[in-house]
Design a protein. Structure first.
Length: 344
């Protein structure tokens, strides 16, 4: 139970109810009113706390899970962290099968949070018994009393946002929201939030953000899987090389694609202008908003909510490292290195 005096029984009472904060500088010259939903205010610092808690609680309610049982997922990202956090508090084992491409930092972070991490070779195909998908599936079949979260295909991922993110935004904007801009990875955030918002007002515009190199936008437009759309890109957490079952394409009005480079510069710009230290995909979502604004898509009285899924601290060795930016060639066109360090 949340309490007025800010004293809580445990960390899980702090999941959700994240703040909506006006973008005062970055959007000051744009037509419309822009607000960021700061998901880094969740205790695990990302929107994934919502699905981790919801999916686990649903399994408990169905009697599938009891203390000591095992939670299994294939991710080294935010979902892994949130699952590990919820597992510690509720007394479950957390087993994560991750790709050998995952950075040592991420693996250490998950281990710190008590997860058992299986590092699986990145170069094998998805149906190879050594792939992280197959390892997770095998562990699930072998471990009695285990739950496989399977966030890309789990409808409870959508449900978590339908029950929390959507109602929060509706209430915070007093029903005045006209547009939602959100990155789409599993699609759970945008689909669940859109479902709730469209039930309140079907005219709300739902705009998904996709990466160049991902199939999602093209699939939305044609309902065909076009392999030619797929190529490597750097932003983690949005876009995909498969069609996630946790995306309800009918609820999304359009997708906007953004580049790695623009998104990285925009993330850094948000930190410098708004003082918000947010993740790479927050830069991507804001970049999409800026592109739409350039096309005069927003009117003076529009109220646009953009989801900022996580915190910048998770990207210190990437977007917020001048060396990384330089290595990617991102400083070639814009020279915006971090503020100078003065050595005494
Ligand atoms: N941004 C980040 C940093 C993420 O980790 C994710 C989740 N993959 C997303 C955006 C997209 O959220 P969703 O999976 O709900 O579409």
């Amino acid at each position: 139970m949340k309490q007025d005096n800010q004293v809580f029984d445990n960390l899980l009472d702090l999941v959700g109810n994240t703040p909506l904060v006006k973008l005062n500088k970055i959007a000051s010259k744009l037509k419309g009113n822009f607000y960021a939903k700061l998901e880094s205010f969740n205790p695990g610092h990302s929107s994934k706390d919502r699905i981790a808690l919801h999916i686990i609680e649903q399994a408990e309610a169905q009697g599938i899970l009891s203390p000591g049982d095992t939670i299994i997922e294939t991710t080294s990202g935010n979902t892994g962290f949130s699952l590990a956090m919820v597992s510690i508090i509720k007394g479950y084992e957390c087993v994560l099968a991750v790709s050998s491409k995952s950075s040592p930092d991420k693996i250490d972070m998950l281990k710190t949070m008590g997860a058992k991490v299986y590092v699986c070779p990145a170069h094998v195909s998805a149906d190879d018994p050594r792939s992280y998908y197959e390892v997770a599936k095998r562990l699930h079949s072998e471990i009695k009393g285990s739950v496989y979260i399977n966030q890309y295909f789990n409808q409870l991922n959508i449900d978590a946002h339908y029950k929390s993110t959507g109602p929060e935004i509706w209430k915070q904007t007093e029903g005045k929201i006209t547009h939602l801009v959100a990155c789409s990875g599993t699609g759970g955030t945008i689909s669940g939030t859109a479902k709730y918002l469209k039930e309140q007002n079907p005219n709300i515009n739902i705009i998904g953000v996709d990466a160049f190199g991902s199939v999602i936008k093209k699939y939305h437009e044609t309902r065909e899987f076009d392999e030619k759309e797929i190529y490597p890109y750097r932003i983690e957490g949005l876009g995909k090389n498969l069609i996630p079952g946790a995306t309800d394409f009918d609820l999304i009005d359009e997708f906007v694609k953004v580049t790695d480079e623009d998104s990285a510069h925009t993330a850094r710009h948000i930190a410098r202008t708004e003082g918000m230290f947010v993740g790479y995909t927050s830069g991507a979502a804001t970049q999409a908003l800026l592109q739409l604004s350039e096309q005069e898509r927003f009117k003076e009285n529009d109220l646009v909510v953009v989801i900022y899924p996580d915190h910048g601290a998770r990207y210190m060795s990437k977007v917020y490292s001048d060396k990384w930016m330089e290595d990617q060639g991102f400083f070639d066109s814009i020279n915006e290195a971090s503020a100078e360090t003065i050595q005494y």
